[in-house]
Design a protein around this ligand. Structure first.
Ligand SMILES: NC(=O)C1=CN([C@@H]2O[C@H](COP(=O)(O)OP(=O)(O)OC[C@H]3O[C@@H](n4cnc5c(N)ncnc54)[C@H](OP(=O)(O)O)[C@@H]3O)[C@@H](O)[C@H]2O)C=CC1
Ligand SMILES: C[C@H]1O[C@H](OP(=O)(O)OP(=O)(O)OC[C@H]2O[C@@H](n3cnc4c(=O)[nH]c(N)nc43)[C@H](O)[C@@H]2O)[C@@H](O)[C@@H](O)C1=O
Length: 316
């Protein structure tokens, strides 16, 4: 991938797409193609094909998707299934039709069975039942992985797929209804500190474990794979994570300390826990020469600094 390559970052305003764009810019790539949803609705097959015909991207980072936390996934199963299937189908098929040299598809660790052995190896895909709260999203992602594999096999395409663990960082979604746990807790503790609220609610029992990867590390991994590997090296896809997970109650305590909140934590056990654990085996990625570098504490601190700057908020 030379510095003049035409690179389409789909979803460049989101958490992952914005980090990939930042990383490419920092590395000197000059021809990064972006379109926001108003300019190019990726649900529209014709518009996607027209865009590829006009712009002729050589590389595609597929970071556009319908994404949300445990509540949004449970409330809008049809949207998660339909939008993800259509968006990824349109982009992957257009990449094939218009001769894209390499495409990187973003999957997710939720593709693995709810009770997969831990740590989760890539080969555990389709070895058991999925977690019901995000089954529609996971099915769409599995279809995306299989689509990449099928195009590679039938047409000799060079489509990579990565399975990141739970992500966080600048440009995350901080909406309390639709966000993931980490941005939700940052906001909840921050607002509780400002308003001197006596307690903060954390959903579920606090016992599930999650692995959190800072999004700039993920972007670094994606660009690294795009530059140096092809689907034969990573086949059929690769996990990306830190190799360490924490209980939600530990995460809550850490965020409470970083924000400087003094009140209590209340666990709402009437809310869903979701998958008990999804700790990724990241040895395949390590063998490819890449490891995460940002600690959870440093990543949360950087995300919190970004959040306060965005909202022009001084420390509570
Ligand atoms: N966040 C996480 O913890 C994880 C994410 N991933 C994967 O990473 C990828 C990116 O996720 P993330 O960055 O968190 O998600 P975000 O919601 O932050 O970003 C998604 C992006 O996709 C765009 N988009 C959605 N629908 C359309 C559409 N119809 N047309 C054009 N653009 C569209 C959004 O545009 P707009 O700004 O207009 O809404 C947004 O820019 C996804 O594939 C996700 O599954 C994988 C594991 C964990
Ligand atoms: C990335 C991944 O993300 C999702 O799966 P998830 O990991 O279950 O997502 P989550 O971040 O929303 O929750 C993690 C844990 O945290 C608990 N929790 C506590 N308090 C809050 C809270 O305030 N908000 C949220 N959202 N969760 C909370 C919550 O109850 C759960 O036990 C899927 O979208 C899936 O499709 C996917 O790909």
């Amino acid at each position: 991938m030379d510095l003049q390559a035409r690179i389409f970052v789909a979803g460049h305003r989101g958490l992952v797409g914005s980090a990939i764009k930042r990383t490419l810019e920092a590395q000197g790539f000059e021809r990064i193609l972006v379109r926001d949803r108003g300019e190019l609705d990726l649900l529209n097959q014709e518009a996607v094909a027209r865009f590829f015909a006009q712009e002729q991207p050589e590389y595609v980072f597929m970071a556009a998707a319908k994404v949300g936390g445990i509540l949004a996934n449970s409330q809008y199963p049809a949207d998660f299934l339909y939008q993800n299937l259509v968006i990824q189908t349109n982009v992957i098929h257009a990449a094939h039709l218009f001769g894209v040299k390499k495409l990187l598809f973003l999957g997710s660790s939720c593709i693995y069975p709810k009770f997969a052995p831990q740590p989760i190896r890539e080969q555990y895909l389709l070895s058991g039942e999925l977690e019901p709260t995000n089954e529609p999203y996971a099915l769409a992602k599995i279809a995306g992985i299989k689509m990449c594999e099928a195009y590679n096999r039938q047409y000799g395409s060079n489509f990579l797929a990565v399975m990141p663990t739970n992500l966080y960082g600048p440009n995350d979604n901080f909406d309390l209804e639709s966000s993931h746990v980490l941005p939700a807790l940052l906001r909840k503790f921050h607002e509780a500190a400002i308003h001197k609220a006596p307690s903060v609610e954390v959903w579920g029992t606090g016992k599930p474990k999650r692995e959190f990867l800072y999004v700039d590390d993920l972007a670094d991994a994606c660009v690294y794979l795009m530059k140096f590997f092809d689907q034969r090296d990573t086949a059929p896809f690769v996990n990306i994570g830190t190799g360490e997970d924490v209980e939600i109650r530990e995460l809550a305590s850490l965020i409470k300390r970083i924000v400087g909140y003094q009140g209590e934590i209340v666990f709402r056990s009437d809310k869903p826990d979701g998958t008990p654990r999804k700790w990724l085996d990241v040895s395949r990625m390590a063998r490819l020469g890449w490891n995460a570098s940002t600690t959870l504490e440093a990543g949360i601190q950087q995300t919190y600094d970004w959040y306060r700057k965005q909202h022009l908020i001084v420390r509570p």
